[in-house]
Design a protein around this ligand. Structure first.
Ligand SMILES: Cc1ncc(COP(=O)(O)O)c(C=O)c1O
Length: 402
């Protein structure tokens, strides 16, 4: 590592709370699908800020939208009407079957809002005390107290933060019987990711989705879909729930919405949205003019450039290339998973060394659940980058000892 890297590590140790297990890489600038360290070494970005930079880095049209809006109206309280927020809501709603939007600043905040909306809808609209939220093992919904409680993982995420809020239940991933057993008259909502991200790139089994929809019909709970990672063209359709023919009562988005500026949103049917009224939920920065203008441009570009289709095509291309690696190393790769450009390579052994060797070769990606290499590249990634990655992985696996 260069001297700038060491300098930043030392200074950060003295000034920033120690919450991140950072990668051994300092990033000084980025452009398109590439990251550059302070010495100018180039890396292929196969992570995109963990599914954030869908359109790549430093996109000129997004920078232009940001600057133009900043020079016109930078911030105004949500006490006032402003058009960038309305326009963004209209554009978002045109991509899906939802009727209303609430804007916030992150994925966790969006999920927190979704949970609040479901509970309040049950109490104020249906007049019942249904407040429990059922989630799945392996899920990840955020780091606020409610969303970390909803998260179906143990360990450091929850350790030491008790007492955690009550009214949450977790059932094993894909287990229809357990879901049936967990849903009661006290259930406000079942909350799922259509493809679990942090949980190891695991699409929900179709039978489970069918059973979930039938159970919603029978019991009347709300279905919340967390699209914070899967949304915005990532899985080959604009929203992952569309691939599964699901109409959520509420769904959430964040990450790629403003391509790197902090923004989240809760989307709901008109019926579910009745759960909120003036004064019941709010945030200072949500839907501010600058992020809203950038997100509007993100949606325009995603549609103009048909990025959902591109994610589907390049996802298929990546899987094909990776199948070649599996054929060469059948004992070292257990499975290839995912949808579109959300790709998981499950190794048969702890993957830290493989992940590190790929970083050394200039490929930035993530390792989740200890053994799943997770790829969430910009949707603008090129075939040549995916081919080069597959070749690098094959080479690393040749050298690695199990
Ligand atoms: C599925 C899912 N939900 C929620 C979150 C939390 O989002 P944020 O970090 O913006 O709060 C994440 C973040 O990784 C996520 O992947």
């Amino acid at each position: 590592m260069g001297s700038t890297y060491n300098n930043w590590v030392e200074r950060e140790k003295k000034s920033i709370m120690s919450t991140y297990g950072r990668y051994p890489l300092a990033v000084a600038r980025a452009a398109g699908n590439r990251l550059y360290d302070p010495e100018g070494r180039e890396y292929v970005d196969l992570l995109a800020g963990i599914a954030v930079n869908g359109l790549g880095h430093c996109h000129p049209a997004l920078n232009k939208a940001m600057i133009e809006q900043a020079e016109t109206l930078g911030h105004v309280s949500n006490l006032f009407y402003q058009e960038p927020q309305i326009l963004l809501a209209e554009k978002l709603l045109a991509t899906c079957d939802a009727d209303k939007v609430f804007f916030c600043n992150s994925g966790a905040e969006a999920n927190e809002g979704a949970i609040k909306l479901a509970r309040r809808y049950m109490r104020k609209v249906r007049g019942v005390d249904a407040h429990e939220i059922v989630t799945l093992e392996g899920s990840f919904h955020g780091r606020t107290l409610a969303t970390l409680t909803a998260t179906g993982q143990s360990g450091k995420i929850k350790d030491g933060f008790g007492p955690l809020p009550s009214g949450f239940r977790t059932v094993p991933f894909g287990d229809v019987c357990a879901l049936r057993g967990a849903v009661t008259d006290a259930t406000a909502a079942v909350m799922v990711e259509m493809v679990q991200g942090e949980g190891g790139v695991r699409p929900l089994p179709e039978e489970f989705v069918d059973a979930l929809l039938a159970l919603r019909e029978e019991k009347g709970f709300l279905l919340i879909v967390d699209e914070v990672q899967t949304g915005l063209c990532r899985t080959g359709s604009f929203w992952a729930h569309q691939r599964f023919n699901v109409r959520p009562d509420i769904f959430t988005t964040a990450k790629a919405l403003a391509n790197g500026l902090p923004m989240g949103a809760v989307l709901a049917t008109d019926e579910a949205a009745k759960g909120f009224e003036p004064g019941s939920h709010a945030t200072t920065f949500g839907g501010g003019p600058v992020v809203a203008a950038v997100a509007s441009k993100v949606l325009d570009l995603m549609l103009e450039e048909r990025l959902a289709e591109r994610a589907e095509l390049l996802g298929a291309f990546a899987h094909e290339a990776l199948r070649g690696v599996v054929a060469e190393h059948p004992d070292k790769i257990l499975s290839l998973r995912g949808m579109g450009l959300m790709i998981g390579v499950e190794l048969a052994f702890p993957g830290q060394d493989v992940w590190r060797a790929l970083l050394d070769k200039g490929f930035v990606l993530n390792l989740t659940q200890g053994s799943v290499l997770r790829l969430l590249p910009p949707l603008t990634i090129e075939e040549a980058d995916l081919t080069a990655f597959a070749a690098a992985l094959a080479e690393v696996l040749r050298d690695v000892e199990r």
